[in-house]
Design a protein around this ligand. Structure first.
Ligand code: NAD
Length: 490
């Protein structure tokens, strides 16, 4: 199947994924029966919800052992199926491993049990309960880490899971689910749905699904939100994309700045929700910053995941995506953009792209869209205030970074930046799972994931409790005829 133009394909009954770096078929499997998978997870739920949390946590820890035992195999699967370099796939596996400890801590901190004093000597108990069956819809760029980032907190909280991975990365998902089951997590507590958007829609609409934990594009997230407009009973967490800005202000450290720019824009071939898409540079620094960035970009090795020497980045996910990005680059050019580095397609019929940099300062109307690939737009500005206005000129709001600048300028940037991640002298990407992760605007629906995932995996229940019934009514009662009320005898 080498050279296949669609590097994933759906026919009536099965999904096939292709390795982006070779074009060869990597995996195929039948499309799942959504109703049957939801029914299995629904049936398993009461048992799982009443399993002590310590046991649920223990089983998640065993999952870590299973991942460690097959660390290399999982990393190779991720690298093959996404095209990302092996070293990067290994860091994804490490994140999967670390998720369990972080989620245990977050569960205790974000959804704790508390006792409060109530009326008439009663105790008030605050506890949290799971929602039920959660549908987890995953993207292709982190096919293990991001779904796992919903699944582990949801399992710990006592939910059962129906996981539908991206149709572009089903092999990684199948392996992940095998590892949950190998750890002893009941097979019906985590179900795998192989499928595409249709199966995603069916899960979202399913009467027996209580929540949708989605990571993917804003376009899909909005469609999910719209389809659930009359279903406030379903919990919906939307982790969506960005059009993230990087400002460069007064600093003589051009090489460090260039490194941070390249890391922000081109790591994972630009296929990160936190990738920098817009570089905003103080006008008098422009020449030096661009020269250093161009020089470093020219040195990046772009190759298949297992190549030696190791590449910095691999291909994008498929040929359609590569075509779309090339078209976007040409559209920017024909609308006033000036190419600093052209986007090239070094291997015919495969989705490798060279990183592109384009100056769009003179473009009258710049499109505010997420270009999910190695494509960086540059804008020159004169004042720091203009830089912040430019940074906020987006409907998205995931991440934003300032490189250089004074502490006062960082304070100003931090205060005025419209984003959920605001960094100083650090890349826009590479966020820690030990912190909340989410954005505003079209980047999310105010249900941040990572450390705060615990919040959307359970709901609070308050209970007033005493061991014996004891009650009296002090006022407003008629006397019972012929008898004295208790009050009158006292
Ligand atoms: P996508 O939106 O195309 O697909 C995501 C998932 O939704 C897939 O499983 C897909 O099959 C399913 N889906 C598609 N249409 C659906 C529908 N109408 N109803 C229900 N499900 C549907 O996203 P993608 O291309 O796989 O991933 C890349 C996107 O994900 C980028 O926009 C990126 O920024 C974003 N992303 C966000 C985060 C974050 O945490 N905020 C992290 C990684 C990626």
């Amino acid at each position: 199947m080498r050279g296949a133009w669609r590097l994933w394909s759906v026919n009536v009954s099965e999904i096939i994924s292709y390795a982006p770096a070779t074009g060869e078929e990597y995996w195929r499997g039948d499309i799942s029966d959504v109703d049957a998978e939801v029914a299995a997870a629904r049936e398993a739920w009461p048992q799982w919800a009443s399993t002590p949390v310590t046991t649920r946590i223990e089983l998640c820890r065993r999952f870590v052992n299973e991942v460690r035992a097959r660390e290399d195999k999982l990393a190779r699967c991720i690298a093959s199926e996404t095209g990302k370099p092996l070293w990067e796939a290994r860091t994804e596996v490490t994140t999967v491993i670390n998720k369990v400890d972080i989620s245990v801590k977050a569960y205790a901190e974000r959804t704790p049990q508390r006792t409060l004093d109530g009326a008439v000597g009663a105790k008030m108990a605050l506890r949290h309960k799971p929602h039920g069956v959660m549908a987890v819809l995953g993207p292709y760029n982190f096919p293990a880490h991001l779904p796992n980032g919903h699944i582990i907190p949801a399992l710990i909280a006592g939910n059962t899971i129906v996981f539908k991975p991206s149709e572009k990365t089903p092999a990684t998902a199948a392996m992940l689910v095998e590892l949950y089951h190998a750890a002893g997590i009941p097979t019906n507590a985590v179900r795998l749905v192989i499928g595409g958007p249709d199966e995603g829609k069916a899960l979202t609409a399913h009467e027996d699904v209580n929540g949708i934990l989605f990571t993917g594009s804003a376009q899909t997230g909005i469609a999910i939100n719209r389809s659930l407009a009359t279903r406030p009973d379903k919990i919906v967490a939307l982790e969506m994309g960005g059009n993230n800005p990087l400002i460069v202000w007064d600093t003589p450290k051009y090489d460090d700045v260039a490194t941070l720019i390249v890391q922000s824009a081109f790591t994972s071939a630009g296929q990160r929700c936190t990738a920098a898409g817009r570089l905003i540079i103080k006008a008098d620094m422009y020449d030096n910053v661009i020269a250093a960035t161009k020089k470093l970009t020219d040195r990046l090795i772009i190759d298949e995941p297992f190549a030696n020497p190791a590449p910095y980045m691999g291909p994008v996910i498929d040929n359609e995506t590569a075509d779309g990005l090339t078209e976007s680059f040409l559209t920017l050019m024909s609308n006033g953009g000036k190419a600093i580095k052209h986007m090239a397609r070094p291997k015919a019929d495969l989705p490798f792209l060279t990183p592109a940099i384009i100056d769009v300062t003179d473009m009258p109307e710049r499109p505010d869209v997420e270009l999910f690939g190695p494509l960086l737009q540059v804008i020159r500005v004169e004042s720091f205030e203009d830089a912040i206005v430019e940074a906020n000129a987006t409907r998205f709001g995931l991440s934003a970074s300032l490189l250089g600048g004074s502490p006062d300028q960082y304070n100003q940037f931090w205060a005025n930046s419209r984003a959920g991640i605001v960094n100083w002298n650090r890349p826009t990407n590479g966020a820690s799972s030990a912190a909340p992760f989410g954005g505003i605007g079209l980047s999310g629906n105010h249900r941040p994931s990572a450390y705060y995932a615990a919040d959307y995996c359970a709901f609070p229940v308050t209970s007033a409790e005493t061991e014996q019934p004891r009650a009296s009514i002090g006022v407003g009662l008629k006397d019972i005829q012929g008898e004295l009320t208790e009050r009158e005898t006292n």
